[in-house]
Write a protein that binds this ligand. Structure first.
Ligand SMILES: [Zn+2]
Length: 76
């Protein structure tokens, strides 16, 4: 019988793994352009700013929060 690793002392996390980026990480991220909140977009590989609407790429789970790499929202 295998002994399970002790998980009692660890905070129980939801077993469902979110593709893309951790919600906790999203909470601490801010848009480099306007300091707005960053949210994950409809696509799992992109993020967007709630304030200015810039979209940021996500590479291997790493958010690329660089203004020059951001896509500005199309207007009109
Ligand atoms: Zn922004």
């Amino acid at each position: 019988m295998k002994k399970r690793p002790d998980t009692a002392g660890k905070s129980a996390k939801s077993p469902s793994v979110t593709r893309g980026i951790d919600k906790e990480l999203l909470d601490i991220l801010a848009c480099p352009a306007c300091r707005g909140d960053i949210k994950s977009g409809a696509a799992a590989d992109s993020l967007y700013c709630l304030s200015c609407g810039r979209r940021y790429p996500l590479k291997n789970g790493i958010p690329i929060l660089i203004i020059e790499k951001a896509e500005l929202p199309s207007k009109g």
